[in-house]
Design a protein around this ligand. Structure first.
Ligand code: SF4
Length: 446
C-alpha cells in the first residue's frame, strides 16, 4: 500500500509556491497519492523525502518498453480504472501471431500481409504494431531462422513465444538487441527464463495457472531481480479474461505490487467474429498486448479503430492543425472554404470537396477542435476569428478573387464577416455533402 495524501504532505516543503502546477502542497500531495503526478514536478523536495516517497510516487502499474527506436512499444503506467476519470495513456500493442514452422516463403508472405495492416483514421496512421512469433517447430534452429527473418524484415517489436529456455536462447542470440518480450516464465521454467531476461536485458512475460498462482510466481520472479514484467493470468475463456483483467487493474491501482504490471492476452478463437470479440474485450479491459491469430484486415481494422477511440483523451477532441489545406491542383481561381479544426469536420469537408472535383482551399480556424455549431455556440467560431485567420493565412496573395464560403449552419456570421474581412462571403450548404452541388451551382458560374 502507498502513503496517504496527508502522509505525503508531511514530507513536502510546504512552500505553496505552485511551481508543481498545483495550487498548494496539499493538492500536490493528493495528486501524488492518486498516482496522477510525479514527485519530480516539485523542485524543492529533499533527497530524503524523495526516497521516502519512492513507493508512493512510483506509478501503480510499471511502464514496460518492448522493442527499440521509433517503433518501440511502451505499455503500462496507467493510473485509472475508468477512462473518464483521467485518460488511458499507453495504447496496447496489437500483435499478429505467426508460427515458425510453415517455411520461409510462407513467413515472407505473412510479413507482406502484416505490413499492409496500417490504416488511415482521421488523418492519422494506425497499425498492427507487433509480431508474435510462436515456436511450433520445437526446434531452436528453425525458430532462430524465423526470428532472424522477421527482425530483418520489420522493426516492429517482437513477442517470442516458447516456454523452452534453449529455444528462447537461440532466438535471443539473433534478436536480443531488439528488446523482444519473451513469453513465458511459468512455475516450471521460471528460473532459466529469469536468467535469460537478466542476461539479455529483455522484458519477461509471466504466466500463472490462475490469478493466485500468478501473484506467487511474480513474487519469485521479481524477487530474483527482473522488474520489467508482463502478466498473463492464464485465462482463455472470455468471462475469465474479463474477471482477471479487471481484478489485475483494480488491485494494481490499490498498489498491490505483484499485479502492478501490464498484461498480455490472446485472441485465438477459430472464427473471425469470435477472435474480434475476444480482442475487443481485451482492448476495452486494460490489456497491454493483444495477440491476434489473424492477419485479415477486416479483423484488424475494427480493433485498431477501437484502440484509437479508447486511448484518446475524452476531454480533448481530435483536431487538425489550423491552417490552409489544398485539395487538388489549386489555382488562383480556386474557391476557399472555411471551417473549424475538428478532425471529423475537416475530413468530411475535405472528402466532399474532393468529390466535387473542383480543386479548392480549406482554411481551418482554431476552435480547440470543436465542430462548427459547437464552436459558434461557444464563441470560438466568430466573424472576428475567421477574419483574423483569413488575413493571417496569406491566401490574399495566392488567389485572384476575394470570396470565401462559410458553413450554411452559421449563415448568421456572413454580414459581420464581410464587413470585417472585406471578403465577399458566400453561404455554403448546411451539410458538407451538399458541397459538390453548391460548387456546380454557385462557383462555376462565378
Ligand atoms: Fe509545494 Fe513543491 Fe508544489 Fe511548491 S512545487 S507548491 S513546494 S509541492
Amino acid at each position: 500500500m502507498g502513503l496517504t495524501g496527508l502522509e505525503i504532505y508531511k514530507l513536502l516543503p510546504k512552500k505553496n509556491c505552485k511551481e508543481c502546477g498545483q495550487p498548494t502542497c496539499l493538492a500536490f500531495a493528493m495528486q501524488l497519492a492518486a498516482g496522477k503526478a510525479s514527485i519530480d514536478a516539485c523542485p524543492y523536495v529533499s533527497e530524503e523525502a524523495k526516497a521516502a516517497l519512492g513507493a508512493a510516487s512510483a506509478p501503480p502499474i510499471a511502464l514496460v518498453t518492448i522493442g527499440t527506436g521509433e517503433k518501440a512499444l511502451a505499455i503500462g503506467d496507467e493510473t485509472v480504472l475508468f477512462r473518464h476519470d483521467k485518460r488511458f495513456e499507453h495504447p496496447p500493442g496489437l500483435a499478429i501471431l505467426f508460427p515458425d514452422n510453415e517455411g520461409e516463403e510462407h513467413l515472407r508472405q505473412r510479413l507482406d500481409s502484416f505490413r499492409r495492416l496500417c490504416f488511415d483514421r482521421v488523418g492519422q496512421i494506425h497499425c498492427a504494431n507487433m509480431v508474435a512469433l510462436e515456436c511450433r517447430s520445437g526446434d531452436p534452429e528453425t525458430f532462430k531462422a524465423a526470428v532472424r527473418l522477421v527482425t530483418e524484415a520489420t522493426d516492429w517489436p517482437l513477442v517470442l513465444l516458447s516456454e523452452e529456455p534453449e529455444v528462447q536462447r537461440a532466438a535471443l542470440s539473433v534478436a536480443g538487441e531488439a528488446r523482444p518480450l519473451i513469453y513465458a516464465a511459468t512455475k516450471d521454467n521460471w528460473e532459466p527464463m529469469v536468467a535469460l531476461a537478466k542476461e539479455f536485458k529483455v522484458p519477461l512475460a509471466v504466466r500463472g495457472e490462475n490469478l493466485a498462482a500468478l501473484v506467487e510466481l511474480v513474487g519469485r520472479v521479481s524477487g530474483a531481480g527482473v522488474t520489467e514484467l508482463v502478466l498473463d493470468s492464464g485465462a482463455r475463456h472470455p468471462s475469465q479474461v474479463l474477471a482477471d483483467q479487471t481484478q489485475i487493474r483494480r488491485q494494481a491501482l490499490k498498489r498491490f505490487r505483484p499485479l502492478g504490471f501490464p498484461t498480455i492476452t490472446f485472441s485465438t478463437a477459430s472464427d473471425p467474429a469470435g477472435r474480434v470479440a475476444e480482442a475487443t474485450l481485451a482492448i476495452a479491459k486494460y490489456a497491454g498486448i493483444v495477440v491476434l491469430d489473424s492477419d485479415d484486415p477486416a479483423e484488424v481494422l475494427p480493433l485498431v479503430t477501437l484502440r484509437l477511440n479508447l486511448y484518446t483523451d475524452p476531454q480533448k477532441p481530435i483536431a487538425v492543425e489550423p491552417k490552409i489545406y489544398e485539395i487538388g491542383a489549386v489555382t488562383p481561381e480556386s474557391p476557399v472554404f472555411v471551417t473549424t479544426n475538428f478532425s471529423l469536420t475537416y475530413f468530411c469537408v475535405a472528402a466532399d470537396v474532393e468529390a466535387s472535383r473542383v480543386p479548392s482551399y480549406i482554411l481551418t480556424v482554431d476552435t480547440d477542435g470543436t465542430s462548427v455549431l459547437t464552436a459558434w455556440a461557444a464563441g470560438k467560431f466568430t466573424p472576428e476569428k475567421i477574419a483574423q485567420a483569413l488575413n493571417e493565412s496569406g491566401l490574399a496573395e495566392r488567389i485572384k478573387h476575394r470570396k470565401v464560403v462559410i458553413p450554411g449552419g452559421v449563415a448568421v456570421l456572413s454580414g459581420k464577416l464581410q464587413e470585417l474581412s472585406g471578403w465577399e462571403v458566400l453561404v455554403g450548404p448546411r451539410e458538407s455533402a451538399g458541397i459538390p452541388a453548391f460548387l456546380k451551382q454557385h462557383w462555376q458560374s462565378n
